[in-house]
Ligand binder design. Structure first.
Ligand code: MRU
Length: 358
């Protein structure tokens, strides 16, 4: 399957070339394919906050490249470059609060900086570390696609009707995607009859990004209002809900795009299996449970307006953009280290001691 997945690779969101970072602007997709060039850590932090780049693993990867840009710039400026890079890392860490991959990637870069020896070239070695973070996410996607596809086959191998939420695809990662990687894998194995993509209000990651990615590859997809999900589960023979994650705590609770929690409750009611697909960089063993995850709230204008046009009454809007699905609603967490069915603290502790499977 690995070779067939690699052959099907069409979209990427992050590119490092000629000493600069290029990001595919996800605010304007699918109508415009616009690449923006970045050459400072501060500009990358802004790109993360404004969601030019989004999706937990992609945010981490972009931040790692942001540190490389910071190191290059600060070395060229001279003076106390390490203090200036520390300030750049703090700026990047402040860009979005929920996806732990951001902090995981920044910690990796910080540790690499600390391990530099006097004779080392900081820019070259930090660039190598960012490339490793980027490429190992791509590899993790391939492993998860295989493991998730095997899991679907194990439970029910015939034609699947799948439901997904937000965008956990190529645009959100360094490779093919987490949830969409599994969906791509299952499609290549001839197991997917149809994919239902929640539109994912208010930012429309589902209708703008997921539908675009899947349709480009000929995977049968339709978009539905988020509020149609329960009816779809009841009437369309949904076998699995498959989603990504922004942070998974030690007990297996999962923070993901707002609306994921109500999908899991609905899935339990309708006897639909619920799969979370995420690399181990999304697992935060320092937090005991999901209640401790910082949940980002974004500007109410994202809810009240479309394209700058006010839709309804001009009132206050409450716009939390993530929620937490409790572990007991989750059938399986698929990572590149292996699959955890019916997650709990003991199983996640065991998983995190394991090596990657690729
Ligand atoms: O606000 P976003 O678009 O960054 O939120 C993204 C999600 O919630 C994704 O489902 C999650 O990051 C997994 S991406 C592989």
């Amino acid at each position: 399957m690995r070779e067939r997945l690699l052959a099907a690779e069409k979209v990427k969101a992050i590119d490092w070339r000629d000493g600069a970072l290029y990001l595919l602007d996800q605010r304007v997709l699918p109508h415009k394919e616009q690449w923006l060039r970045y050459d400072s850590a501060g500009a990358v932090a802004d790109a993360i906050t404004s969601m030019v780049v989004r999706g937990a693993p992609a945010i981490g990867i972009a931040a790692a490249w942001g540190v490389v840009l910071g190191v290059r710039q600060r070395l060229a400026e001279g003076g106390d470059w390490r203090a200036a890079v520390a300030a750049d890392i703090a700026l990047l860490a402040d860009s979005r609060p929920t996806a732990v991959n951001l902090f995981w990637a920044l910690n990796r870069m910080r540790e690499r900086l600390e391990r530099l020896r006097p004779q080392d070239d900081p820019a070259t070695l930090l660039e190598a570390e960012a490339r490793l973070i980027h490429e190992s996410d791509r590899e993790a996607n391939l492993t998860m696609a295989q493991l998730g596809t095997d899991l679907i086959r194990k439970h029910q191998g015939s034609q699947q009707a799948l439901l997904t939420h937000c965008n956990a695809g190529a645009l959100a990662t360094g490779g093919f995607g987490t949830a969409l990687g599994v969906i791509r894998g299952a499609f290549l194995e001839g197991m997917v009859e149809h994919v239902y993509a929640d539109e994912t209000r208010p930012w429309l990651q589902g209708s703008r990004l997921t539908a675009w990615e899947l349709a480009n590859e000929g995977i049968p997809v339709s978009v539905n209002a988020d509020s149609a999900a329960a009816r779809i589960m009841k009437t369309k023979g949904i076998t699995w809900v498959i989603v990504g994650a922004d942070r998974i705590t030690a007990n297996g609770d999962v923070a993901n795009k707002i609306g994921t929690y109500q999908l899991a409750v609905n899935a339990m009611h309708h006897g639909v299996r619920f799969m979370v697909v995420a690399p181990s960089s999304t697992i935060d063993m320092s937090l005991d449970s999901g209640e401790l995850i910082p949940i980002e709230e974004r500007d109410g204008a994202e809810l009240l307006e479309v394209g700058g046009q006010l839709l309804g009454a001009q009132v206050e809007a409450f716009n939390p953009v993530f929620d937490v699905t409790p572990a007991d609603l989750i059938d399986a967490i698929v990572t590149e280290k292996g699959v955890v069915e019916r997650p709990d603290t003991a199983k996640l502790e065991q998983l995190m001691c394991r090596k990657r499977l690729h």
